[in-house]
Design a protein. Structure first.
Length: 185
């Protein structure tokens, strides 16, 4: 079973308002990400903040971080999603990458190394760790890291078998993989 974890709980300090509810092409950012995950996942969990829960339609499975790691960033959101629903694989996508669609997630999943603990993407300018696939077997290791206060995604990825796929293998336009940090991005 493959579960999608849609990260939609960031503080959006630079953006100025919750990114999940920013719009592009008439749809909320989270709706774009949800559709991209829906193509490759058996089920999807949206991880958000308590004050945003009522803004999502009731048909979505929306959770918040576990109490002991509430508001601690993307690793906390990923772990909370993994705890909410057991799966073999988790496809993670943050809501602030609204240009990634079903075609990109389908190609990404097809290219992923089934033996890697985490598969993620990079391009010639940067690593993009949050568009990723996580093996369910690393949940306990992730919990251990969070329990000692290690919250950095890249640092965690260095401790497990992480495969990096060049984004050009998924889509030629690198613009597709950027995250939107400002309203006019």
């Amino acid at each position: 079973m493959t579960i999608g974890i849609l990260l939609a709980g960031g503080l959006s300090r630079r953006f100025g308002s919750p990114k999940a509810f920013a719009k592009i092409d008439g749809e909320f950012f989270y709706e774009h990400a949800y559709r991209a995950l829906d193509r490759v996942c058996d089920d999807i969990i949206i991880v958000s903040r308590p004050e945003l829960l009522s803004r999502f339609p009731t048909e979505y499975d929306v959770i918040t971080d576990l109490d002991w790691i509430a508001g601690k960033g993307p690793l906390a959101g990923i772990f909370s999603g993994m705890t909410a629903k057991k799966a073999d694989k988790y496809v993670v996508l943050p809501c602030d990458m609204p240009f990634i669609g079903p075609t990109e997630t389908t190609k990404f999943v097809a290219l992923a190394d089934k033996k890697a603990d985490i598969t993620t993407v990079w391009n010639r300018n940067e690593r993009i760790p949050l568009f990723s696939i996580w093996d369910g077997c690393i949940k306990d290791l992730l919990q251990n890291e969070l329990e000692v206060g290690q919250l950095r995604v890249m640092k965690f990825m260095e401790k497990v078998t992480t495969e990096w796929i060049d984004t050009s293998e998924i889509h030629k336009d690198q613009h597709v993989f950027r995250n939107v940090n400002y309203p006019d991005d």
